[in-house]
Design a protein around this ligand. Structure first.
Ligand code: HEM
Length: 125
């Protein structure tokens, strides 16, 4: 059954399911693995999963636990390209559709597409 409300626990599930797909992806998996390794339940990914969950909770729920800088870490990553961002968006969209009803999933898709567009523009991609 698809969820019709947004909670922090559901956002965490979204993020874990998303990165599970990401790590298996031949195009963008290696970019993440080079930076954070491949163990989603390990000590390096743990804080990243918290950060990303808080990031989306700040957007979707007005939660105040995220106070990072979303763009900065991406400037130092090797291998970013328009194709990589499009794959990221595709996997995020697929994951959203397994968890949330379309009205909610579509809002996250719109927002992530806007953010990815800004990242690409800032990165000159
Ligand atoms: C191919 C596309 C992308 C790749 C390979 C990528 C990779 C990464 C990596 C490796 C980090 C961790 C960096 C570190 O800890 O030093 C990170 C952080 C982050 N990413 Fe991405 N990312 C991508 C796209 C996106 C998009 C589209 C969004 C948002 C819609 C996003 C949001 C974030 C946020 C919020 C952080 C945490 C920043 C902080 O530390 O506060 N990323 N990303």
């Amino acid at each position: 059954m698809l969820e019709s409300s947004i909670t922090k626990a559901l956002l965490r599930k979204l993020i874990i399911n998303f990165y599970t797909k990401v790590l298996k992806d031949e195009l963008i998996g290696p970019i993440f693995i080079a930076k954070l390794g491949d163990d989603l339940s390990g000590p390096i990914w743990g804080p990243h999963l918290d950060t990303i969950t808080n990031f989306w909770a700040s957007i979707a729920l007005g939660d105040r636990d995220y106070n990072g800088s979303p763009y900065a870490p991406h400037m130092k990553l090797e291998g970013l390209s328009r194709d990589a961002f499009n794959r990221w968006l595709e996997l995020f969209s697929q994951t959203l559709d397994t968890i949330f009803i379309p009205q909610i999933a579509d809002k996250f898709k719109e927002r992530s597409t806007l953010i990815a567009g800004n990242f690409m523009r800032n990165l000159g991609l």
